[in-house]
Design a protein around this ligand. Structure first.
Ligand code: PLP
Length: 413
């Protein structure tokens, strides 16, 4: 007779022990259950423009459709030549010097490339300086790669700029890289050239690779202008800049992003690392080919994102109402976002009952059917912030924030 072994519990690998990605975490599971029960949930938790009626530029859709029949095969592991050429020209426009076709890697969104770049760089125990608050994929990917995410603080009092002294204090002999997210998710901060220069100087003094996540570089409000990190770096500094179509061109579902390597002298002495990166890119064969046909049209075509961010534009109006309504709630303060698609308000711990911010977000979901993400999910050390996505129409946001205010009036100490 056949005997079968007793079933044993299947555990996740140890590699995942320090990996956490709470934007799509446990509270979202609650939201799904409520939806299954027939409730309508306003999901202000994910920066997905398509969920809120934003559409990609028509010419992008046309080009992807037209090229679909010729996009059936794999392409070069780094991506289609025509798309990389367009990215190269975009680097020239942004004054990032010395980016050649071979310095460009196209991926299935920036997300894939973040994981790839950290896998290629980090040995066990290596440290990466990552902002707090951060876009948490950076922390998750550093830890998954065997490294340690070490968080440097951004200073809310100073418009959420990186605290340079904190960065200097946290550099050790194990630090290999520093991450700069500009414009920032979740704070909406946009850094001045002085801030970028100071951060680059610290990186240079300690020979750190600079990861510049600039996916929101075209989503700017008021007088904000974007400074490309790679444009200010020295030739002997390796800067890896990340960007993509998900936000500025409103087609996150296409999964199309890229990274570019700059620093002409630094690249020569980074040959071995770059070979590793290229090998990882070839192991996943190539990025989704149909979506790569969107890149040239997106970067070279009419920049309709500008219509959304200028005064009178939809994104701008939504940012404004979010900022105004939040600051009108007693006990809540919010730095005005200068870019991106989020607000990251502070809830005064002396006013509200905030021991556990995940619990608070869950209570808000149950009581008001609004889904936010707690600040600690962005590696912010205190349970006193939440992130709000500013993508819904202004009247819907206004209504949601009125309900948030009502909820908070019951959530006092
Ligand atoms: N970087 C930042 C700062 C983001 O906010 C996001 C998505 O929200 C990503 C990267 C990932 O974008 P992609 O859709 O290109 O994977």
């Amino acid at each position: 007779t056949l005997t079968f072994p007793e079933p044993v519990t299947l555990n996740k690998s140890h590699k995942l022990n320090n990996v956490c990605y709470d934007i799509r975490g446990p509270v979202l599971e609650h939201a799904r259950r409520l939806e299954d029960e027939g409730h309508r949930i306003l999901k202000l938790n994910i920066g997905n423009p398509a969920s809120f009626g934003f559409e990609a530029p028509e010419e992008i859709l046309q080009d992807v459709m037209r090229n679909l029949p010729s996009a059936q095969g794999y392409c070069d592991s780094k991506g289609l030549y025509s798309a990389r050429k367009a990215i190269m020209q975009e680097c020239q426009r942004k004054e990032i010097p010395g980016v050649d076709i071979e310095d460009i890697y196209i991926g299935n969104g920036v997300s894939e490339l973040i994981v790839m770049a950290l896998q290629a760089l980090l040995n066990d125990g290596d440290e990466v300086l990552i902002p707090a608050p951060d876009y948490p994929l950076w922390t998750a990917a550093a830890n998954l790669s065997g490294g340690h995410a070490v968080h440097y603080l951004c200073d809310e009092q100073a418009g959420w700029t990186p605290d340079m002294d904190d960065i200097r204090r946290k550099v050790t002999a194990h630090t290999r890289a520093i991450v700069l997210i500009n414009p920032n998710n979740p704070t909406g901060a946009v850094y001045s050239p002085e801030v970028v220069r100071e951060l680059l100087a610290i990186a240079q003094a300690h020979d750190l690779v600079v990861f510049a996540d600039e996916i929101y570089d075209k989503i700017l409000y008021d007088d904000a202008t974007h400074t490309a990190t790679g444009a200010l770096a020295d030739d002997d500094q390796l800067v890896i800049t990340f960007n993509g179509l998900s936000k500025s061109y409103r087609c996150a579902g296409f999964r199309s992003g890229w990274m570019t390597l700059s620093g002409t002298v630094a690249k020569q002495r980074s040959e071995n690392f770059i070979q590793g990166l290229t090998m990882l890119a070839s192991m996943r064969l190539c990025a989704n080919v149909p979506a790569q046909h969107a890149i040239q049209t997106a970067l070279g075509g009419y920049q309709s994102i500008n219509d959304l961010i200028l005064p009178g534009g939809r994104l701008r109006a939504q940012r404004d109402i979010t900022y105004d309504k939040l600051n009108a709630i007693p006990g809540v303060s919010c730095v005005k976002p200068q870019g991106a698609l989020y607000a990251f308000p502070r809830l005064d711990p002396k006013v509200f009952n905030l021991q556990d911010d995940q619990r608070m977000v869950q209570d808000l979901l149950l009581q008001e059917k609004i889904l936010l993400v707690q600040g600690t999910a962005f590696n912010w050390p205190e349970p006193d912030h939440v992130r709000i996505v500013t993508l819904p129409w202004a009247d819907q946001l206004g209504d949601a924030l009125d309900r948030f205010a009502n909820f908070l009036s019951r959530y006092r100490q």
